[in-house]
Design a protein. Structure first.
Length: 984
RNA sequence: GCGGGGUUGUCCGAGCUUGGUCAAAGGAGACGGAUUCAGGCUCCGCCGCGUAGAGCUGCGUGGGUUCAAAUCCCACACCCCGCACCA
């Protein structure tokens, strides 16, 4: 309730004043609904049905205006469909599966201040409730109950008897178990091994949203190249290095031919380790990562980087000795911490080499290097690039003016050279076995050759550092034995494409997005280790992940009321039960024996499913196309008969607030409950629906909300006056008929727009359109009372009902209607011939009025105007032209022939034809018959409209035929439906 | 990198798939006027140019096809959005 204080504080604020009235209206209607309970949907055999859904929202927060937008669209469609005579089911449920709810409970337990602030300030959680939020179940229940309340208040016509949550719900779990057993049986759930970004501390994959750094980074494939160390130099290092590999990581194995030396970071820690029964030297960090990538790793000995400097390893092909040198740019946490140096083609290597070579000899000796060897190293050119010299790396370093490895431009130079050589380079003759090969191809070829020699391998690395929210640096892990949905399956994909082809997809533009998603989709992990949800029935360590337990649950809506009422229980919901309900498998009495469900009840549930399924429309935000909505299609065609595949999907943009993406962190989060409290349900609905209807994002802002408030209020006022001031009829009969005809046409527009989920167009037509018609009526009929017939208002209320149901129901009641307005059907949309003519005639009057106004602006002396319609002869010609089949748009020889036949004067025919056709062509979209009638009644229409034209223009209007005109020279120019105007 | 979408009058936004009904819907807003004690609402007018009209110029830029293009074709520029084990 709005209190007295709120009221007085806001005096002067127009919105608030109107909002009060609108809230009274809202409460009126809520009382009606509470009494009538109109939205419980029961199967009614014989009556056509529509089953409409939106994805259940995730319950880690309050519902916001974005949810309200989607819900309003579905609700508008649902309400409209009921008016059209469909038996509509609009169910709702709550998504509890997954990690975030648990995450919140953890953070509350830890006392995270920013989270607590968000909960209390943005989600509106009373501080007294907070201590309960240590329990994830409580959190989910809390937001579910506030969400339900908000949605009810929004006026969503939901059948709440089917409500459920996806966790802590044995019956739903039974359904998910059935789903996954079935998918597995069909071969769509498989076990697999895939690389993931992994947090070693959390021991779980780290998705984008779980990262404090490195969003969007995914594993990249690198190549390991193993260099055999020369054991003769082991001496002072107290380790047996025979057969030991120094393992370098690279993106460019083909450059091995240009290697002049190896780099290690002398200041970092390396290890000698047994890796898959070989002995490798890599950085200590890398050894840990290797263990995550399906290798057995046993560290034998730590080896400081410095101890590696001065060793020699041999080039794998030529076996030439390559010295191991120190380089500060080598990162031990990237790759193996060992790289091989190709100064001719890698800017870092060149810069590092120059840096080392310019050091004092004594310094080199101090770290165990022979100055002669170091200074003797020369870049080896192995790649030919047209238009470039032998050393692209050196060229690029000089071009960018780089002097040292620590300069950031070195990064840029590296990528430039890489792109250049990859796209345009060829290997030179010194690359034995690969001469003349394109770099782009050589990369793989060289790797394979090395692999054959057992000197190369694959390594997965993150191109940029990724840090988990918990603060831990992430690595690439190859996760084994995880369960996947086999979305890569070609047959499955083809089935989905077929499904898609026979579905309606709104808006049209989005169809391609689904097709692309289907094509692009790979196997998807469908289980997680933690979070709320249903354990994978055959491997209970895993929980069915949230995007994977939400794909066919719409079918569960047909069972849910039986669970809710206690007529069936979770332990009865065995495979046989679902197979029977969804597929009709098994004899009821036998299924009954196995499940304990009464055979009659079993048949009732089966027929309930058959009645409601398939889903007729699923609407959501566009961001769900690449995931949920496409999964929804995949699972349906995996699990259900073709006749149960969805009929239509539609998407909308995401609501922005004051132009920005709604985000709690940005503080522009608008909870639905707050919007409802501030502005009321119908305003919230209409403001959102009026915002957008295609893939664009509607914006929620005060300007829009205010204007919608004013508009709705004006409408309410109109209704209220009509209810108080007694009966009124449109006195001007002809125009009264016109107003009704216009309404029919608008209803037809509303209808065709809603059918394809163009909710904004529909709303605009329903809400604003009739105002224009009425204004015109009042003006045209000279009616200053600005009143409306009740019957008309009731038709208008029916039109508005899908969008502003509270006002519609209230208005209906106030005007003396009984029961629910939605039972009164949708306004008639069929126009009689008379009505069509009426509409066209008024359009004609408008054109004349426009011409008059146009002229007035150009003329000074204005007192009166003469409107001269064309002669009998011209009209005859024009009618001959239109009755000829269609309204002419172009002067053709046929037209001229016809005209000259009519007037019997060939010379004049062409000119006349031109003028007449031009005039007629303006009416080309109208049926010829109608145009012909319009011509017949042109004079009459003008005469009747004269008073209106006078009022509009402020001129005295006289209407006459062209031959009676005071200015015959001008009136000779007249054409049918194009009178001449003379102002004097 | 891969893929998708977009660029319209002061702003938002329809229309472009099936070229002519498009100076271009609808909404918002500015301005002038009416009403009002006053503000808001409401109402009338008006918002590219054009002093007798049925025209001109215009829908990111440049070119093309056509009797005719916001709408079709080509090139260019700029902007936005997805890319997974997560809701």
């Amino acid at each position: 309730m709005v209190t007295e204080t709120t009221n007085s504080r806001n005096v002067g604020d127009g919105v608030s004043k109107y909002s009060l009235k609108l809230k009274e209206v809202e409460e009126y209607t809520r009382r009606v609904w509470d009494a009538e309970k109109p939205y419980f949907a029961k199967p009614r055999p014989g009556q056509p049905k529509r089953f409409v859904t939106m994805p259940y929202p995730y319950m880690n927060a309050s519902l916001h205006v974005g949810h309200a937008f989607t819900a309003s669209r579905v609700d508008a469609y649902a309400r409209y469909s009921r008016q059209k005579g469909f038996n509509v089911l609009f169910p709702f449920a709550w998504h509890w599966t997954g990690e975030p709810i648990v995450g919140i409970s953890k953070r509350v337990t830890e006392g995270d201040p920013s989270l607590i602030k968000t909960l209390t300030e943005l989600d509106g959680v009373p501080p007294s409730e907070l201590h309960n939020f240590k329990d994830p179940y409580y959190i989910a229940s809390y937001f579910t109950s506030t969400g339900r309340a908000a949605l009810k208040r929004l006026g969503a016509s939901v059948d709440w008897s089917r409500e459920f949550a996806t966790a802590h719900n044995p019956a739903y779990s039974a359904f998910i178990e059935w789903q996954y057993f079935s998918l597995r049986e069909k071969g769509y759930v498989v076990q697999g091994t895939h690389p993931v970004v992994w947090c070693p501390r959390d021991k779980s994959p780290t998705g984008d949203h779980d990262r404090s750094q490195g969003e969007g980074v995914s594993p990249d494939q690198m190549y390991l190249v193993k260099f055999v160390l020369d054991p003769s130099k082991e001496g002072k290092r107290d380790a047996d290095l025979s057969g030991v590999f120094l393992v370098a990581a690279t993106y460019r194995p083909e450059t091995i031919f240009g290697a002049t030396n190896l780099w290690v970071n002398a200041d970092k820690q390396y290890v000698l380790a047994e890796v898959d029964s070989e002995r490798w030297i890599v950085s200590e960090y890398c050894a840990n990562v290797l263990a995550e990538q399906r290798r057995s790793v046993r560290v034998l000995k730590k080896m400081p980087g410095l101890t590696l400097v001065g060793l020699t390893a041999s080039q794998p092909f030529a076996k030439t000795p390559l010295p191991v040198l120190p380089a500060s740019f080598v990162d031990p946490t990237f790759g193996t911490g060992v790289v091989y140096s190709v100064p001719a083609h890698a800017p870092y290597d060149y810069l590092g080499l120059v840096e080392l070579q310019t050091k004092a000899e004594a310094e080199l000796r101090k770290i165990g290097l022979d100055p002669v060897v170091v200074k003797g190293i020369k870049p080896v050119s192995i790649i030919e690039v047209e238009g470039h010299g032998d050393y692209p790396a050196i060229e690029e370093v000089q071009r960018l003016g780089i002097h040292g490895v620590s300069e950031s431009a070195a990064e840029k130079a590296t990528s430039n050279v890489y792109k250049l050589e990859y796209n345009k380079g060829e290997l030179k003759t010194n690359c034995t076995g690969f001469e003349g090969m394109k770099v782009s191809l050589a990369k793989q070829a060289v790797y394979e050759k090395l692999r054959e020699m057992k000197l190369a391998d694959i390594y997965l690395e993150l191109p940029q550092p990724v840090v988990c929210r918990c603060g831990t640096r992430c690595v690439v892990k190859i996760l084994e034995n995880q369960w996947f949905l086999k979305y890569s399956d070609t047959n499955w994909k083809n089935r989905v494409l077929r499904e898609l082809a026979q579905m309606d997809v709104y808006p049209q533009d989005s169809r391609k997005m689904y097709e692309d998603t289907v094509a692009w989709l790979q196997d998807k992990a469908c289980v997680r280790r933690s979070g709320m949800g249903t354990p994978l029935p055959w491997d209970r360590e895993w929980i069915v992940e949230t995007l994977s337990d939400s794909t066919v649950y719409m079918a569960y809506y047909t069972i849910a009321p039986y669970v809710a009422s206690g007529r069936i229980s979770a332990n009865q919901m065995k495979k046989e039960f679902f197979d029977h309900v969804f597929y009709g498998v098994g004899d009821p009495s036998e299924v009954s024996k196995k499940t304990g469900v009464d055979p009659l009840l079993l048949e009732e549930i089966r027929s309930e499913f058959l009645y409601w399924y398939p889903v007729d429309l699923r609407n959501s935000a566009k961001e769900l196309i690449p995931n949920h909505l496409t999964f929804f299609l995949f699972h349906h065609c995996a699990l259900f008969d073709e006749r149960h595949w969805p009929k239509a999907v539609s998407v909308n943009g995401m609501v922005t607030v004051n132009g920005g993406v709604m985000h709690k962190r940005l503080g522009n989060f608008v909870p639905l409950s707050k919007a409802l409290e501030d502005y009321g349900a119908d305003v919230t609905r209409c403001a959102l629906l009026g915002g957008s209807e295609n893939l664009d994002d509607p914006d929620w802002n005060t300007t829009v909300v205010r204007s919608v408030t004013e508009n709705l209020y004006a409408f309410v006022e109109l209704v209220e006056r009509a209810s108080k001031e007694g009966d009124y009829i449109f006195a001007e009969q002809r125009l009264g008929e016109w107003v009704y005809a216009r309404l029919k046409r608008r209803a037809s527009e509303v209808s065709s727009n809603l059918e394809v989920m163009r909710t904004r167009s529909a709303l605009n037509e329903a809400l604003y359109g009739p105002w224009d018609d009425l204004r015109r009526y009042w003006k045209r009929a000279g009616d200053t009372s600005r009143r409306v017939e009740k019957t008309y208002l009731i038709e208008w209320l029916k039109l508005i009902h899908p969008f502003a149901p509270h006002i519609a129901q209230w208005g209906y009641g106030v005007l003396g209607g009984t029961g629910l307005i939605e039972h009164q059907g949708f306004p008639d949309t069929t126009l009689s011939e008379e009505e069509q003519l009426l509409l066209v005639q008024e359009e004609y009057v408008d054109v004349v009025a426009e011409d008059l106004l146009n002229l007035i602006r150009l003329v000074q002396n204005k007192g009166s105007a003469e409107v001269a319609y064309s002669s009998e002869l011209k009209r005859r010609v024009a009618k001959a032209l239109v009755t000829n089949g269609s309204v002419p748009v172009k002067v053709t020889p046929d037209v001229i022939k016809l005209v000259s036949q009519e007037i019997g004067d060939k010379a004049k025919a062409a000119q006349l034809a031109q003028r007449i056709v031009k005039s007629l062509s303006e009416w080309r979209t109208q049926p010829p018959k109608l145009v012909s009638q319009l011509i017949d009644e042109e004079a009459d229409t003008l005469i009747k409209a004269a008073p209106y034209l006078e009022k509009t223009t402020g001129l005295r209007i006289s209407v006459c035929a062209e031959e009676e005109s005071a200015d015959m020279r001008r009136s000779a120019n007249s054409a049918p439906l194009k009178p001449t105007i003379t102002i004097s």
